[in-house]
Design a protein around this ligand. Structure first.
Ligand code: UDP
Length: 340
């Protein structure tokens, strides 16, 4: 007899110990779902798995996937287990194609064999490449300029083929820049090494590094630094949840951008962080980082309309405030002793 924990629906959250996956699990559990986390802990944190069962392992392990599908009746799979560093993807493409593409095909393959047909995929605005028109809609041409973006685009295409061949129903969510932490401070952003702008700016404010290096100030933007569209992690979780319910209600899947439709330059992010933390944040301009487009800002009208998505924390200072609270109270991330 397979476990269903009463009438709760089981959702397999692959990569559920990571930054976005852990917030998703909290969001699911608060709404009566049972999030089952599969994570190899290569970058996730055991301490971030708090809302349902945990299985340690990889999506490359077909027999482990078979065991999970035999033990639990899974209503849908949400897939967050990807490498996501643009810079690293340029220097280590094999790692990105192996994990983000080959291992994801393995997951999809075992799902199809087990008749699990609902899939939520974490895609990215990096699949668009250099923008032709801002804000970018889902129709924007997809010409990624780094292996990370290409690995995600490959899966988007593979999903189309799995849908026509095997009836897999899916939603691909193209994230802009996820940031912030949950308001109860149970979860936050903790990557090792950290490469993302907002956590690094806040680590600078805390004195954990002496300055924030800004990758290029010669981009064709107002202040010469790159512009990105930052979206609160819980707003991202809300959109995934709505996408999940769409599939569970038998509606067809689709592709949606998830952002706030408003761009901030790297220097503007540092300025807002300065105001939020009331600490001066020294910066140093260095060379451009390979693989970075000048501007990425999304149009999310489609998600507003079709998913009825309503971001609750669109304001950059709120996003940075929630991140600041987490970093200030957890200076060593999940290793901070108060958690243990
Ligand atoms: N960035 C920066 N210094 C850093 C980290 C990031 O100037 O130490 C810039 C980066 O070049 C990009 C923006 O901040 O323009 C956001 O980068 P992040 O790595 O946070 O997210 P990405 O856009 O790569 O997903």
């Amino acid at each position: 007899m397979r476990s269903t924990r009463g009438k709760m629906k089981n959702i397999l959250v692959v990569g559920g110990a990571g930054y976005i996956g852990s917030h998703m699990c909290k969001y699911l559990a608060e709404r009566g779902y049972n999030p089952i986390v599969l994570d190899d802990l290569s970058s996730g944190h055991r301490n971030a798995v708090k809302y349902g069962p945990f299985v340690e392992g990889s999506i490359s392990d077909s027999s482990l996937l078979e065991q999970i599908f035999a033990k639990y009746k899974i209503s849908a799979v949400m897939h967050f287990a990807a490498y996501c560093y643009v810079g690293e993807s340029v220097t280590e493409p094999a790692k990105y194609y192996r994990n983000n593409v080959a291992n994801t095909i393995n997951l999809l393959d075992v799902m199809v064999k087990n008749n699990i047909t609902n899939f939520i995929f974490s895609s990215t605005c990096a699949t668009y490449g250099e923008p032709i028109k801002i804000p970018m809609t889902e129709q924007h041409p997809q010409n990624p300029i780094n292996p990370y973006g290409r690995s995600k685009l490959m899966i988007e295409r593979i999903l189309e083929d799995f849908k026509s061949a095997y009836g897999l129903e899916y939603v691909s969510l193209r994230y802009f820049n996820a940031a912030g932490g949950d308001h109860d401070e149970e979860l936050g952003e903790d990557h090792n090494p950290e490469t993302h702008l907002i956590p690094l700016v806040l680590k600078t404010a805390m004195g954990q590094q002496k300055e924030i290096t800004v990758f290029g100030d010669d981009y064709p933007t107002n202040d010469g630094t790159c512009i990105r569209d930052y979206i609160h992690i819980m707003d991202l979780a809300q959109a995934h949840f709505l996408a999940l319910e769409r599939l569970l209600n038998g509606l067809p899947g689709s592709v949606y951008n998830l952002g706030n439709g408003k761009g901030y330059s790297v220097k503007e992010v540092i300025e807002v962080a300065n105001k939020v933390t009331c600490v001066p944040i020294p910066l140093r301009i260095v060379n451009r980082r390979p693989g970075d487009p000048a501007v990425l800002v999304g149009s999310c009208e489609k998600a507003f309309k079709e998913l009825r998505w309503e971001p609750k924390f669109p304001d950059l200072s709120t996003i940075i405030e929630t991140a600041w609270k987490w970093h200030r109270d957890h200076p060593d991330g999940y290793n901070t002793s108060v958690l243990l």
